[in-house]
Design a protein around this ligand. Structure first.
Ligand code: SAH
Ligand code: SF4
Length: 336
C-alpha cells in the first residue's frame, strides 16, 4: 500500500478526482494530515465516508520510526529514526527561549567529505526523499507545539539534494504551516543550486559554512572549494538583493591552531566586507574521527572581539547537546 506522506498534493488531488470526488477534499485531507496531524482517515470527519474508506483501503500512514531518543541535561534531545529501507537518520530537538529548533538531515551521509565533520567521515549512502525530511519534522512535532524553527544542519548537504529539499520546504510552507522564514538552509556553498531555490522561496534563510578565509586552507579542509571557491560564493551572495543579504548567516567552525588566529579573524572580516551578514562562531566539537581540538574560551572571545571591532554581529554557538553526542552539525547515525 502506498505511503500517504509520499504523495504530493497535486497528484493526490488528481487521484481522488479520478475516483469521482471533488478536488477540494484533497485540501481537507492534507490539512488533517499535516496541520492537525492525524494518522487515521477515519477521524477526518468532514470527508465523505466512502472516500475515507477508499483512502483507508489504498493508503497507509508511514512515518520514520523513532528507534532511539536521548535527552541531555539542557533538554536537547537526539532522535534516531529508521526509514523504510532500514537506513537510519538523526534529528535533534533543541529547546530555546520561546521556541524549539529542529535540526534535521537531508541525506544519509554526505558526499562533501569535509575533513573535520563526522558526517563527512561516514561517506555517502543516499539522498532522503521529501517525505523522509518532513517525516523527521512530523515526528519531532509529536513532542512539542508548533513554535519551531527548522535548520538543515543535520546530516548531509541540502543543496546536493535540491529537489527533495525543495519539496519538503513546500510541504512545510503549504501544509504544516512553517514559513520559509523560519527555515534555515545551511550549505557549503553550492551556489548553482541556491539561486533556483531562492526564487521559489524568497524568504528562506541561508547559512553559509565558510569556516576558512583562505582558498588554500578551505580547499584543504573542504574539497568542494575547488568547484565552488570562496570568491565565487561571495560574489553570488553579494549580488543577491539587499533584503536577502540581511538574512545570511556566515558559519565559522573554530578549530584550534587551524583557523582560530587573530590573522584568520581579520581575513574573515575582510573577506565578507560589504555583505550584511551575521557571523556564527562554532567552537569545534571534538570527535573520534579527527584529531582537531576546540580553541580555549579566551581564544574564541578574542576571535569574536576582532570581528565585533569590524562592526559585525557575532554569535558564539556552543553547540548544544555535546553531552549526548547530539551536537547539531556533527550527526552521524550508527549503521547496521
Ligand atoms: N552540509 C551542510 C549542513 C550540515 S553541517 C553544511 O556543511 O553547511 C552543519 C554545520 O556544522 C556546518 O557549518 C559545519 O561546518 C558544522 N560542523 C561540522 N562538523 C562540526 C564539528 N565537528 N564541530 C562543529 N561544527 C561542525
Ligand atoms: Fe557534509 Fe556539511 Fe559535513 Fe561538509 S560539513 S561533510 S558538507 S555535512
Amino acid at each position: 500500500m502506498r505511503n500517504i506522506y509520499s504523495v504530493k498534493y497535486s497528484e493526490f488531488k488528481k487521484h481522488i478526482m479520478g475516483q469521482g470526488y471533488p478536488g477540494f477534499h484533497a485540501d481537507n485531507v492534507f490539512r488533517w494530515i499535516y496541520s492537525r496531524r492525524v494518522k487515521d482517515f477515519s477521524s477526518m470527519t468532514d470527508i465523505p465516508l466512502s472516500l475515507r474508506s477508499y483512502l483507508n483501503d489504498n493508503f497507509e500512514f508511514r512515518l520514520p520510526e523513532v528507534v532511539d531518543k536521548r535527552t541531555g541535561p539542557d533538554g536537547t534531545t537526539k532522535f534516531l529514526m529508521r526509514l523504510e529501507d532500514g537506513e537510519t537518520v538523526e534529528s535533534v530537538l533543541i529547546p530555546e527561549k520561546g521556541h524549539y529548533t529542529f535540526c534535521i538531515s537531508s541525506q544519509i551521509g554526505c558526499k562533501m567529505g569535509c575533513k573535520f565533520c563526522a558526517t563527512g567521515a561516514s561517506g555517502f549512502v543516499r539522498n532522503l526523499k521529501h517525505f523522509e525530511i518532513t517525516g523527521q519534522i512530523l515526528r519531532l512535532l509529536e513532542n512539542v507545539d508548533d513554535r519551531v524553527n527548522i535548520v538543515f544542519m543535520g546530516m548531509g548537504e541540502p543543496l546536493d539534494n535540491p529537489d527533495e529539499v525543495s519539496m519538503s520546504i513546500e510541504v512545510m510552507r503549504d501544509w504544516v504551516g512553517i514559513s520559509p522564514r523560519k527555515i534555515t538552509l545551511s550549505t557549503v556553498g553550492l551556489v548553482d543550486q541556491l539561486e533556483p531555490l531562492l526564487k521559489k522561496f524568497p524568504n528562506l534563510r541561508i547559512a553559509l559554512s565558510l569556516n576558512f578565509a583562505s582558498e588554500e586552507k578551505r580547499t584543504e579542509f573542504m574539497p568542494i572549494n575547488k568547484k565552488y571557491p570562496i570568491k565565487r560564493i561571495i560574489k553570488v551572495l553579494g549580488e543577491l538583493p539587499i533584503k536577502r543579504r540581511d538574512r545570511i548567516t556566515i558559519e565559522y567552525v573554530l578549530i584550534e591552531g587551524i583557523n582560530d588566529s587573530e590573522k584568520d579573524a581579520l581575513a574573515l572580516g575582510n573577506l565578507i566586507k560589504g555583505l550584511k551578514v551575521k557571523i556564527n562562531l562554532i567552537p569545534y566539537n571534538e570527535n573520534e574521527f579527527f584529531p582537531w581540538k576546540s580553541p580555549s574560551y579566551e581564544k574564541v572571545e578574542k576571535f569574536a572581539s576582532i570581528l565585533r571591532g569590524m562592526k559585525y554581529s557575532v554569535f558564539v554557538r556552543f553547540s548544544k547537546g555535546n553531552e549526548i553526542k547530539a551536537a547539531c552539525g556533527q550527526l552521524r547515525a550508527q549503521r547496521g
